[in-house]
Ligand binder design. Sequence first.
Ligand code: ADP
Ligand code: MG
Length: 336
Amino acid sequence: MGEFDLIRRYFTRPSPRAVLGVGDDCAILQTAPGMQLAISTDMLVAGRHFFPDVDPRALGHKALAVNLSDLAACGARPLAFTLALALPRADAAWLEPFSAGLWALADAHGCELIGGDTTRGPLNLCITVFGEVPGDAAEPTRTLALLRSGARAGDDVYVSGTLGEAALGLHHLLGKLHLDAPVAAACRARLERPTPRVALGLALRGVASACADVSDGLLGDLGHILERSAVGAQLDDAALLACCPWTDYGIDAQLLRDCVLSGGDDYELVFTAAPAHAEAVTAAAKASGTPVQRIGRIDALPGLRVVNSAGQPTAQTRIGFDHFSQDDNMHQSDAP
Ligand code: ADP
Ligand code: MG
């Protein structure tokens, strides 16, 4: 199977939203009047972000999911994506399930594959997604996208879904932790098939003051919001631990706390909202069918403090993951 056969067989479908899709030198997208394009790229490298022998269907899902998660964090509606692929060989037994996983998530979000690049090389996947957010007709340099920079002292801090499960799943797969079969299955599913919180991101437009997705660990990703907003935060240790469904399963307490606070690959949203918007946050959670938990408050004092019920700081945990700041072996997404 040649390069163009491969593209035609696995990566070409009608893309009615695009003016021009796969097959020409460029794809062409028309934005709706008053809307702006939100664009994000994420690369997944075998051995770094995923095990080379991972289920290809799950990998197809995840490659797109991590990109949709970035659109969710901006409150953008998915439109289209491009796929750059390096493959060691044209293996139908791999391409078939990989493309099926990719198409299933793309269809679920109405996000069309409009182009890409295909080459032989060590397995590597790079997706660029395009989404739309409303602009401000009166002021073309403004956007109604959710940004990291809008958090204000006094805002509440929230997180969607669960935290730490993907990191627990990774520790289990690496043999560093034993999980009982049902827990292992749940955590592994969260690691390999994350759910991008697109509907929540859309519902939070005009409600949240700042938002980011949790790809590198809660403390690190919330840290980006704090830095861009020039504020600090105080988080409630008990509320954080309550974000993990596996606190009563005999998992080492320190490891569990590390996974919740600093584990990567959750692809949840962490966001802030003024107390006056608390009811609107609840309504957004309900409308999008996404659980949301309040975990703390923004304050003017820079830095991040995790406190217990008595208001005492708890032990500091490692913050976020940075690919170039330390040696480490295997990472899923950008997580330890
Ligand atoms: P060029 O060499 O001009 O960059 P190619 O010959 O590489 O274009 O690709 C031919 C067409 O197939 C282009 O429209 C390109 O966007 C599309 N394409 C290539 N690889 C993929 C892929 N993995 N998924 C979707 N479309 C692809
Ligand atoms: Mg090319």
